[in-house]
Write a protein that binds this ligand. Structure first.
Ligand SMILES: *Cc1c(COP(=O)(O)O)cnc(C)c1O
Length: 381
């Protein structure tokens, strides 16, 4: 009776969204319900609440299967997944990692945690993903890896990235925190890079509240990552350590939420796609709407539009109960990265950052809500 449960899960949320007292459509909220609740209750009743437990193991097995990856290792967040990925490849001080400037701060931060230097590259104006033609210019003898980001659910163009990495002896780490289930040339994200990182934060395609994971096909990487995420206890003796490890163990309670979510992932992806298609149809003549290359089967995380006078539009939408949000501010414009010295202008990312905003993007948005939002956007833009 999965279908009925799906309905129930979504139905419960529609009530929340349409709650008269709320009088606002949130920019994005999770679609969660009875299956998640059952697993949380079970974890608590059985007292399996730490980083060990059957939900952790089951989630890792099921998510690896979903991505057609050999290994999945859960972590406490997408950010710690990124750090674990870099650490598992031995990246550290003196190394450089190339990544897009137009991304969420966790991408750049994770590189900084290792002591390596993030090297920011401008993005493609259509997908907003790293401009693959600008990667090679940034390679130096210290470059160790390329960190790609599949932004808003659209996969990067992995063929040129893989070729550049192979030609230059670099590793590829994919930050797929926003793109669970998306496909590049028919292959799901999760195995397109040496390591792929996912987030299960509350507003992602599927959620645990907080959580993350890495996937890889490499036994060696998986073994190192498993060791590092659990404080790097030595094989011979627990509490004897040759390496500095981390505690990135995901709680079994949260894994239980994730496991319930994973049952509905294809449904959520479809709901978000239908929402995006309706938005596109109602808005594409007045604003820039998301694009999908024919080599990609994208998913839709935040529904992002570009428009002049964005700030005014956001303010006006807020006044009629529609919550929106601005897109990311590029990494090269962040005070936190000023220690790296002066950056050159990266104009495409700066332009997108100035014009981009998210419209409400919850999976369970109703058609009437999207029609209402679009009507208001058309009136107020
Ligand atoms: C959400 C996100 C992250 C971080 O995930 P958390 O689980 O919030 O730590 C990293 N990268 C990108 C691109 C994201 O969207």
């Amino acid at each position: 009776m999965t279908m009925d449960k799906n309905k129930k899960v979504a139905g419960k949320h529609l009530n929340n969204v349409l709650d008269e007292k709320l009088k606002r459509i949130p920019v994005c909220e999770p679609t969660i319900g009875v299956d998640e609740l059952e697993n949380v209750v079970e974890a608590i009743k059985t007292a399996w609440i730490s980083g060990k437990g059957k939900f952790v193991n089951e989630f890792e097995q099921e998510f690896a299967k979903y991505c057609n990856a050999k290994h999945c290792l859960t972590t406490t967040s997408g950010t710690t997944a990124l750090h674990l990925a870099l650490a598992s490849l031995g990246i550290g001080k003196g190394d450089e990692v190339i990544c897009p400037t137009f991304t969420m701060a966790a991408t750049g931060f994770s590189i900084a945690y290792t002591g390596a230097k993030p090297v920011f590259v401008d993005c493609d104006p259509v997908t907003f993903n790293i401009d693959t033609t600008k990667i090679e210019d940034e390679i130096t003898r210290n470059t160790k890896a390329i960190m790609t980001v599949d932004l808003y659910g659209h996969p990067c163009d992995y063929d040129p990235i893989t070729r550049i990495a192979r030609d230059n002896g670099l590793k590829v780490i994919a930050d797929s925190a926003e793109s669970h289930g998306s496909k590049y040339k028919g292959i799901k994200v999760g195995t397109l890079a040496d390591i792929t990182c996912f987030s299960f934060y509350a507003n992602k395609i599927i959620t645990m509240g907080e959580g993350g994971c890495i996937t890889t096909n490499s036994d060696e990487i998986a073994e190192t990552a498993a060791e590092l995420k659990d404080l790097a206890h030595s094989k011979q003796m627990r509490f004897y350590h040759y390496k500095i490890g981390y505690n990135y163990r995901l709680s079994n309670i949260l894994a239980g939420i994730g496991l319930a979510q994973l049952k509905h992932i294809d449904k959520f992806i479809e709901m978000r796609k239908n929402n995006a298609m309706l938005y596109n149809a109602l808005l594409e003549d007045i604003v820039d709407v998301p694009f999908e290359f024919d080599w990609a089967e994208r998913v839709y995380w935040m529904y992002c539009i570009l428009t002049e006078n964005r700030d005014k539009l956001m303010e006006r939408l807020k006044n009629v109960g529609i919550e929106t949000r601005t897109v990311f501010i590029p990494m090269h414009q962040q005070p936190a990265f000023r220690y790296l010295g002066l950056f050159k202008k990266l104009p495409i990312s700066e332009d997108i950052s100035n014009r981009g905003m998210y419209l409400p993007s919850s999976s369970h948005l109703k058609e009437e809500q999207i029609r209402y939002i679009c009507k208001k956007v058309r009136e107020l833009v």
